[in-house]
Design a protein around this ligand. Structure first.
Ligand SMILES: [Ca+2]
Length: 439
């Protein structure tokens, strides 16, 4: 009887495994985790003597004259068995969810060592009020201004989380200029046509003007562009823009960080043919895009690689790509050309984060985190605790770095744009634009 019970439990155990794999293979995502757990619990309980106690009574009755202590021991054993079975079911369900229902297929992402040149730039907190050089512009009026640009008249533009493209006029007044909708408006750039080029991560590359809003590019090679991030127009009208990830959209950008695979691309829109083509692919989160002053090369930031690439557009190196700057103190976001030909790069705080570095080394940890929204939000919060912008020369050498080491005034800074000796700093976590007097 005992052997038969063992065989039955063993058989049900493999049936349980088979059941789990069947669920996983079929991708039955409509079954909630809770109902799945209950299902497994019932299967295991039935197989191991649980499920209401009828089998327990039968086993007890089949025993010949059990002594009261032996019966108590058997009850204790069965109770412990049910507990173990339940825990086993939970573990299996958990593993199935982690490995087969995970939103990511990760690979380890080793952070490159910090470049020696950055060690010579200790924290200065210039972006804090203590410097008496930074002021908040448009506080409460601009929610999450990710990027900033300025036109020939000196009017400043930004796009905000409430779906507006907003203008800051020279007289200091703000204007809700054009309503686009959604919350995924990112990079902005001026166009020689008088329009503003706008990255709507979800909808695509847009052209915004007094004559309305037009979608310039939403597909490339027949597939949807999933995550339009930053844009720049060259003097011949060609528009270069980044597609941060072909797999994850703006709302789940952190999954691209956890997956750490090269889903990003640099794209090109030709206004004469209205065609969009791929310039570079296999980038680990293609982010900021900027042209050099002579427009002989462009720079595209590869956030998860802590580097920016230089792609040559003219000369002997035309069509070739090389590293512009790497081993950065964080992940580069947007990049903008400064009047003197150097570049301003906003840097996301990804280093000095032991938890993030530990997670990045383990596929299992990544899958685990990706399944728990609370853990994901903790990672995002950890990226928002500091602000860093850096000025890099045309040769890739660092000229200056400005920061807010504790996020007292600004954090999660995504762009820095210089205009008339002032640095305008945008952030996805601020409700203002930081304006810093450069000296
Ligand atoms: Ca960006």
């Amino acid at each position: 009887m005992v052997c038969a019970g063992k065989k039955r439990r063993k058989g049900n155990f493999w049936a349980l495994i088979s059941c789990s794999l069947t669920f996983a293979t079929a991708k039955v995502k409509l079954i909630s985790t809770t109902s799945f757990l209950l299902l497994l619990w019932r299967v295991v309980s039935a197989g191991c003597g649980g499920g209401g106690g009828d089998d327990d009574d039968e086993i007890l009755r089949s025993m010949t004259m059990p002594t009261p202590p032996a019966a108590r021991q058997l009850e204790a054993f069965l109770s412990a068995s049910r507990t173990r079975s339940f825990l086993l079911a939970c573990l299996l369900a958990f593993l199935v969810k982690i490995f087969f229902f995970s939103p990511i297929s990760p690979e380890p992402l080793g952070f490159p060592p910090l470049g020696s040149e950055f060690i010579n730039f200790p924290s200065n907190n210039v972006l804090q009020f203590v410097s008496q050089r930074i002021v908040k512009v448009g506080e409460g009026y601009v929610e999450g201004p990710e990027d900033i640009c300025v036109d020939k008249e000196g009017t400043i533009y930004t796009a905000t989380r409430d779906g507006w493209v907003k203008k800051l006029h020279r007289n200091g007044s703000w204007e809700n200029w054009k309503f686009i909708g959604g919350h995924s408006l990112l990079g902005v750039a001026t166009s020689s046509t008088g329009h503003i080029l706008l990255c709507d991560a979800d909808k695509g590359l847009l052209r915004v003007g007094e004559d309305g809003v037009a979608i310039l590019a939403s597909h490339v090679n027949g597939s949807k562009i999933r995550f339009v991030d930053d844009v720049i127009e060259s003097s011949d009208g060609t528009v270069y823009f980044s597609d941060a990830s072909t797999k994850f959209g703006f709302d789940v950008w952190h999954l691209d960080l956890l997956e750490a695979k090269p889903h990003g691309r640099l794209l090109k829109y030709d206004p004469s043919t209205k065609e969009t083509t791929i310039v570079l692919d296999n980038l680990r989160f293609a982010n900021g895009v900027a042209l050099s002053k002579d427009q002989d090369f462009l720079v595209v930031c590869e956030t998860w690689k802590f580097r920016c690439l230089k792609h040559w557009l003219k000369g002997e190196m035309k069509g070739k790509t090389e590293i512009f700057v790497d081993k950065l103190p964080g992940g580069p976001d947007n990049i903008n050309l400064a009047p003197d030909g150097s570049f301003w790069i906003a840097v996301l705080e990804l280093r000095n984060n032991p938890v993030l570095e530990l997670i990045n080394k383990s596929k299992l940890a990544k899958r685990f985190v990706a399944n728990f929204p609370k853990l994901k939000s903790n990672i995002i919060a950890s990226i928002m605790r500091k602000a860093t912008v850096m000025n890099v020369g045309i040769d890739g050498n660092v000229i200056k770095m400005l920061d807010d080491s504790s996020g007292e005034v600004m954090s999660f800074v995504t762009s820095a744009m210089e205009f008339e000796k002032q640095l305008y700093v945008g952030s996805l976590s601020s409700n203002f634009i930081g304006k810093l007097k450069l000296i």
